[in-house]
Write a protein that binds this ligand. Structure first.
Ligand code: GBH
Length: 468
C-alpha cells in the first residue's frame, strides 16, 4: 500500500448530490466586445460607458474580453474547468438592433456559433435573456419605466426561443431586476444613470411583467426549463431596534420580487410606500399578477455578501466602518470579517441563511440554482506566470461548504455557477475589479487559469469539496 499523506475518504470531503450541476457564468456586455460588429445596435451600456465620469477610469465594453471573436478559447477554458454548464447572456441589441421588429441575422449567427460550440463540447448552455444591456432605442422610448416594454421583451423572448430553444438547456429571463430598477433608475450608478424613485418603482413592476411575458413566449417555443435570477439580500440587524429596519430593507429588495412571482402580491410591509411598492405607486392593473406569476421551473439566486444594519448614533455621526443608509440607520462592516476588493463582506454562512430563511420558505420544492457567487481581489501575475489567488479560493471553499450545508438542511439546490469564468468589464468599476477564475490580460487578451480555477476544476471533477 502506498503511503497516503492526504487521505481522501468520504469523511474528509463534503460530497454534493449526484447530478449536481457545476457551472461558470458571464454576461454579454461584460465579455463580448464587438460593440458595433455585424449589425449590433447600441445599448444603454455603450452610451453610459462612453459618457465621461460614469465608469471608473473611463473604461468601456467596446472590446472587453473580445469573446465576440474568442468564444472558442472561452469554451476551451470551460472544458478545462470540467463544468457541466455555461451561463451566458444574449445581447438584445445584437439580435434586435433597435429592440423592436427587425432581427439581425448576423447576431443570431454569433449565438448559434457559441451555443453549437458548447453543445459540441458537452456543456449545457444556460442562457439569460437580459443582463442589463438594453437597446438604446428602447431607452429613448422610456426603457423599463415604460409599461410597453413588457411587450417588447416578450417579442424578444419569442425570437430567442425560436432561434435557440432546441439547444438551450435552461432559460433565465432576467438577471437581477432589483439592480436594473434600483441601481439603474434610483441611484443612477448603472445605465441608464437615472435618479428618480418614481421611475425606479415603475421599472420594478414592468420588469416583472416583462419576465412573465417572456416565460409564456419561451414556453411556446422551447421545452427547456425557465426561471429568473434574483439578487436577494440578507440583512443582519446588530441591535434589536435595527431589526424592524432590516425587515423593511429585505422587503424592498427580496419581497418586491419574490412576493409577486410566488404569492401574487407586493409585500404588505411596504403598503403605502409609493417609492418602493409598485402597488402603492398605482402600477398594478387587473390581470398583472397572473402574468407575473407564470409558473417557473427553478429560481436562480445570485449572492455575494450580507449586510449588517444598525441605528445611527444620536450625534448623527457614522463611526468607522459605518455608512449612513437612511435618516436613522447605518450599514456596518463588523471588525473581524474580511472584505473583498469591492469592499463587500466575506461571510459564507450568510448564503446558507439566505437559502434556508429566505428562499426555501417561498420556493418550497422548486429547484434552486446559485447562478452567481464569487469575489474580486487584487490579483497579479507572479514572475513565474501564475495567479495565486488564495483569498478567492478561501471565499469559494467557504461558500460551497455553506451551500452544502443548505442542501443538508433540505433546500433543493441543484447547481452552482461561479462568477465569473473570466475577469471582465465590472460595470461602473470597469476593468479595475477582477472576478474571474481565469485571469485576462486586457492588453493582449491572453487568458490564464488562476489557482482558484485549478481548485474549482478539482472540486467539479470530484463533485465534492475536500475539507482541508
Ligand atoms: C452581479 O451583480 C452581476 O450580475 C454581475 O454582472 C456582476 O459582475 C457581479 O455581480 C459582480 O458585481 O456593497 O455590500 O452593499 C451583483 C449586484 C448588488 C452585488 C449589490 C452586491 C451590494 C454589496 N450586487 N451588492 S454591498
Amino acid at each position: 500500500m502506498p503511503r497516503r499523506y492526504f487521505p481522501m475518504s468520504t469523511d474528509d470531503q463534503l460530497r454534493f448530490p449526484d447530478g449536481f450541476l457545476w457551472g461558470a457564468a458571464t454576461a454579454a456586455y461584460q465579455i463580448e466586445g464587438g460593440a458595433d460588429a455585424e449589425g449590433k445596435g447600441p445599448s444603454i451600456w455603450d452610451t453610459f460607458s462612453h459618457t465621461p465620469g460614469k465608469v471608473f477610469h473611463g473604461d468601456n465594453g467596446d472590446v472587453a474580453c473580445d469573446s465576440f471573436h474568442r468564444y472558442g478559447e472561452d469554451i476551451a477554458l470551460l472544458k478545462r474547468l470540467g463544468v457541466g454548464s455555461y451561463r451566458l447572456s444574449l445581447s438584445w441589441p445584437r439580435i434586435q438592433p433597435t429592440g423592436r421588429g427587425e432581427v439581425n441575422a448576423k447576431g443570431l449567427d454569433y449565438y448559434n456559433r457559441v451555443i453549437d460550440g458548447l453543445v459540441e463540447a458537452g456543456i449545457e448552455p444556460s442562457v439569460t435573456l437580459y443582463h442589463w444591456d438594453l437597446p438604446q432605442a428602447l431607452q429613448d422610448a422610456g426603457g423599463w419605466a415604460n409599461r410597453d416594454i413588457a411587450d417588447w421583451f416578450g417579442e424578444f423572448a419569442a425570437i430567442a426561443g425560436e432561434a435557440f430553444g432546441d439547444r438551450v438547456s435552461r432559460w433565465i429571463t432576467l438577471n437581477e431586476p432589483w439592480v436594473v430598477a434600483h441601481v439603474g433608475y434610483r441611484d443612477g450608478r448603472h445605465a441608464p444613470g437615472i435618479q428618480d424613485p418614481a421611475l425606479a418603482v415603475a421599472a420594478n413592476h414592468h420588469l416583472l411583467l416583462a419576465h412573465g411575458n417572456a416565460v409564456s413566449a419561451l414556453r411556446a417555443s422551447s421545452a427547456a426549463p425557465v426561471g429568473i435570477t434574483l439578487n436577494l439580500t440578507v440583512e443582519r440587524p446588530v441591535t434589536p431596534e435595527a431589526a424592524a429596519h432590516a425587515a423593511v430593507l429585505e422587503a424592498r429588495q427580496n419581497g418586491v420580487y419574490l412576493d409577486p412571482i410566488f404569492h401574487g402580491r407586493y409585500p404588505e410591509l411596504l403598503d403605502g410606500d409609493a417609492s418602493f411598492s409598485p402597488a402603492a405607486a398605482g402600477h398594478v392593473r387587473d390581470g398583472d399578477f397572473e402574468i407575473i406569476g407564470a409558473p417557473l421551473d427553478f429560481l436562480g439566486v445570485n449572492f455575494y455578501a450580507p449586510h449588517y444594519v444598525g441605528m445611527l448614533h444620536a450625534d448623527g455621526e457614522p463611526r468607522r466602518g459605518e455608512t449612513v443608509t437612511g435618516p436613522d440607520t447605518v450599514s456596518i462592516q463588523p471588525d473581524g470579517l474580511p472584505i473583498t476588493a469591492m469592499n463587500w463582506l466575506v461571510e459564507p454562512g450568510s448564503i446558507r441563511e439566505l437559502l434556508t430563511r429566505i428562499v426555501a420558505p417561498v420556493t418550497g420544492a422548486l429547484p434552486v440554482y446559485i447562478t452567481e457567487n464569487g469575489s474580486s481581489w487584487h490579483d497579479y501575475v507572479t514572475q513565474d506566470g501564475q495567479v495565486n489567488d488564495l483569498e478567492r479560493i478561501a471565499y469559494l471553499r467557504g461558500h460551497l461548504a455553506a451551500v452544502h450545508g443548505a442542501i443538508a438542511d433540505g433546500v433543493p439546490v441543484k447547481g452552482y455557477f461561479a462568477w465569473s469564468l473570466l475577469d471582465n468589464f465590472e460595470w461602473a468599476e470597469g476593468y479595475a475589479k477582477r472576478f474571474g477564475l481565469v485571469y485576462v490580460d486586457f492588453a493582449t487578451q491572453e487568458r490564464l487559469l488562476k489557482r482558484s480555477g485549478e481548485v474549482y476544476a478539482s472540486i467539479v471533477a470530484a463533485n465534492a469539496l475536500p475539507k482541508a
